[in-house]
Design a protein around this ligand. Structure first.
Ligand SMILES: Nc1nc2c(ncn2[C@@H]2O[C@H](COP(=O)(O)OP(=O)(O)OP(=O)(O)O)[C@@H](O)[C@H]2O)c(=O)[nH]1
Ligand SMILES: [Mg+2]
Length: 296
């Protein structure tokens, strides 16, 4: 009896901000490993999401959306995305099917020069009509990719198909991570990210871009209770009052939404204490970036 080959490899997910890279990765993994919001530049660090089948494993590398950086944080994010391309077995470029612009085309072209297998996901098809999608797909015909798949990370449409195509493109290789490991992010980073996600989802305008979360303490008080203290950074006093809200209503909402997700993640009850701190221009300060985990 011949043994079936085990296929495995690393797949970098790249594209402009807000196109659904993290949403797709979560779908592939089957669990929420990356945070999602409708603000561009939600993902700030490259992170791994591991999907494992009977005879295959793909390690996805989710990346910050490609954009022209205007801060030191932005520069760090772009470096992180750039590094993610190195040594991967395939690349998955993601665009938003609602509008494939010049920025997307530039990225598509740039990635086309990579030597590995290249896949293109035209995402968000659940909100695009066929009439609008068809001409957009036509302009991608000769872009030099191995496969172009229209997907919806929201409904799951074609996500399994794309995953299967990616698995087929993987070389023979080892199981890099144990079956139960779905990300490389430590618990404290995941907790900080959950808090940041709830802040992003509840805040508007320019406030979300200046949000950072610093974990001060994550302590198991007992088998059933974890105590977590964290600072939410923002860039202006006026932002601080928005984050706290009327009689603390906004901070309370962010905290209770985050607590729910963190309790599910840790499997214990959580006592969550949040403080809001103003750090002007922290996105340009090396020390603050380091404190918040954005360092090389
Ligand atoms: N309708 C629809 N919305 C989607 C789909 N995929 C993602 N979204 C939404 O698009 C927004 C951005 O999704 P993310 O997964 O955070 O996008 P991203 O590419 O990781 O963004 P950055 O991390 O900022 O680069 C969120 O509001 C998602 O809910 C989809 O297939 N259909
Ligand atoms: Mg993302």
């Amino acid at each position: 009896m011949s043994e079936k080959k085990f296929r495995s490899g690393f797949v970098a997910i790249l594209g402009r901000p807000n196109v659904g890279k993290s949403s797709l990765m979560n779908r592939f993994v089957g669990e929420k490993v990356a945070i999602i919001s409708n603000h561009p530049q939600t993902t700030r660090n490259k992170l791994l999401g591991v999907a494992t089948g009977e005879d295959w494993q793909i390690v996805f590398v989710d990346t910050p959306g490609l954009h022209k950086p205007r801060t030191k944080l932005g520069e760090y994010m772009m470096k992180s995305a750039e590094e993610a391309r190195e040594g991967v077995d395939a690349v998955l470029c993601v665009v938003d099917g609602q509008h494939i612009g010049a920025g997307d085309m530039a990225i598509i072209k740039d990635l086309a020069a990579m030597k590995c297998p290249k896949f293109l996901a035209v995402n968000k098809t659940d909100v695009v009509s066929q009439e609008k999608l068809m001409p957009q797909l036509a302009q991608l015909n000769d872009c030099g990719y191995d496969q172009i798949v229209s997907t919806s990370a929201r409904t799951g449409e074609n996500v399994d198909l794309l995953l299967k195509l990616l698995v087929d493109a993987m070389p023979e290789g080892p199981k890099y991570f144990p079956d139960d490991m779905i990300t490389d992010q430590p618990e404290r980073v995941m907790c900080a990210e959950i808090i940041r996600e709830k802040a992003l989802r509840n805040l508007r305008d320019e406030v979300p871009h200046g949000i950072g979360v610093e974990m001060l303490q994550i302590q198991k008080v007992s088998d059933t209770l974890t105590e977590i203290h964290a600072n939410i950074y923002c860039e202006r006093a006026s932002h601080k009052s928005i984050i706290i809200g009327k009689q603390g209503a906004m901070l309370g909402k962010i905290g209770s939404e985050a607590r729910g997700d963190i309790e599910r993640l840790l499997g214990t009850k959580v006592m969550l204490k949040l403080w809001v701190k103003v750090r002007e221009d922290w996105r340009n300060r090396a020390g603050d970036l380091r404190t918040l985990g954005y360092e090389d």
